[in-house]
Design a protein around this ligand. Sequence first.
Ligand SMILES: Cc1ncc(COP(=O)(O)O)c(C=O)c1O
Length: 477
Amino acid sequence: MKLVLQKGLATPIHQQIYHQLLNRIQTRVITDGEKMPSLRLLSKELGVNYLTINKVYQRLEEEGHIEIRQGKGAFVKSSSGRVFFQQLEKEQRYFPLNLKRSQYLMQRQKFHYDFSKAVVSPGLLPSHFLAQQTKVILDQNPMILTTYGPVEGDEELRQEVSSYLEGQLGYKQNPDEIIITSGVQQAINIVANTFLSPTDTVAVESPCYGAALDTFMNRGNAILPISIDLAGMRTDLLEEECRKNPPKVVYVNPTFHNPTGTSMSEKRRKELLELAERYHFIIIEDDSFNEIYFEGVLPPKPIKYFDTTGHCIFLKGFSKTMAPGIRLGALIADQRLYEQVFIAKASIDVGSPLLNQKAILPFMKTKRMKDHLEKLRIALQIRRDMTAEILEVYLKDRIRFTLPMGGLNLWLKLPEELDVRELQRQANDQSISFLPGSVCYATSEATQEIRLSYSGLTDRENTEGITKLAALITEMM
Ligand SMILES: Cc1ncc(COP(=O)(O)O)c(C=O)c1O
């Protein structure tokens, strides 16, 4: 049996042997009832004292994993592996119970008027062009399917992303500090895997993008919800918390925040960076919506723009502006953090699919991306306006919302007397869905807030669906 021991580690040799043998028993490499290697053989193979192996076997026996039979040797107890797998199954079953958003997504019912997902209607995205390019790439270079790409992402794409972001970041990011990820969701996970131990605290906006909450909650991290107002995360409240117990990471979606649509002011962005420097936490800046601004009003510069000390890890999403199915995003980390993030990406998937990376290049390289974004902004602004207008007409004084200046979502506060669960049930009966606001909070309190995404349907479906929903709310009141 090949065990690999490393001298000079903090873990003593007898523990290394113990863990490796236990792992082989639990994963059934050594199966139920099988004889363990003899003490003499193992001590010779590993070059360690006979008594060390004896000590390990005694521990394994005490814990019920093996049985030592006098004169015959040690045998794996038949229940040992089974118990381990039963335990895994139990934990697996527990998993979705823990996760707010995933649990919501697991409802597989399809709705005709689906306002619950922050997605852009495929008709507004460059589906045909990307499909055409994919065909061209496959014809010209079929080997792309049979080779690994670099872990950090295709070099040409990283260069292109660097140029693309120049306008937003105010400088040309070194392509060697960019990692191409499979979407922002993966990038959040990579950063969490890299820098957070299960006992660490993560501060988030309250409310927060639900799937980010899931990531941190699933890891067992303590969540520190920080209220937001129209200028974004309340840095004064964060500072109070920092004085008591600073978080390790602060996750924010500062531009056209999901779910509320608000943007963090420049002042708060700078304050957040100051706090990160003073209390030594990492900021994860999720920038999924920056390009989707309305009325020609540009959002404030990203937090990363003001970051001179490398406290901010910037995540750029392409799902809302280009193609969610292609699963691409970019992570920017300064040199000091880059290597650790690189290792995490390598251990997750050894790099994102090369074909997808090559497929978006022609789109980003030419003027197409710029023209497309201009049209996208206009189309989404029209939908935002239509949605807001219908809600105003039907529900004028009964609801509250702030008109978002960008992004995909409208955050509605419904009247106290309306039962949101009942509204959801009746809306679902009419094939309408929305996201209940409770999904966006770390605690499970009931809330009168709901999120409507106005971007996922055609103009006509959007108008019809919102009108029906508004009529339903009126009727229920
Ligand atoms: C704020 C935010 N971050 C990240 C994501 C996930 O994006 P991606 O498709 O790039 O993984 C979403 C998707 O809804 C989002 O709203």
